[in-house]
Write a protein that binds this ligand. Sequence first.
Ligand code: CA
Length: 232
Amino acid sequence: MAQLLLIEDDERVRSALLRSLRDLNHQVASASDAMSGLRAAVDHRPDLVVLDLGLPDLDGSQMLRMLRGVSDVPVIVATARDDEDEIVRVLGSGADDYVVKPFTAKQLDARIQAVLRRVGGAGPTDATVAVGPLRIDPRGRSAHLDGAALELSPKEFDLLHYLAARVGEVVAKRRLLTDVWDLPFGGADKTVDVHLAWLRRKLGETAQAPRFLHTVRGVGVKLVDPTDGGER
Ligand code: CA
């Protein structure tokens, strides 16, 4: 399915993951330390790197910075440390996602799919989305309302694009946390609420007088075409 590079020094973990990921139809190369991992990332040009943070030769954040110096490849870090600070640090150093050990190959695969979908190049999700007077261009990461550019933060943009691509569909906040924030193990619903509020302000509407963004109490939120009378 995808060309992966697994960088993991624990031989048992590495061979078990190699086997499982191959069973899931991925092509997997592997390395057992940071320096050979860096070399393999350059040589093999993988679609995605799974990086163990506890490597013998380099600290995880150092490794990420070096990797970012040579490649934009998406990275999922595997950490044994269920440590929020460490996770925040590596996400800040350029990791795209993380998994906390122990994890199953299936869980890792779900993360891999999600990251690849998110960073995915050409595909149907790159098409411009038009909802009434709203136009969203995922390639240019720009959005226009009535022809005027909206100044959106990256997350506001992702959220708007995600909802607009599913116009009329009620999306649960939990699903937004999984798909837009990549927090499959949950997070604060408040994160979604806050971003929705910011997005509403930029769209010139309020929760009390919604136009595009309609909250469905206890279920989630949907984006509708305000010019389509039948939609609501
Ligand atoms: Ca390790």
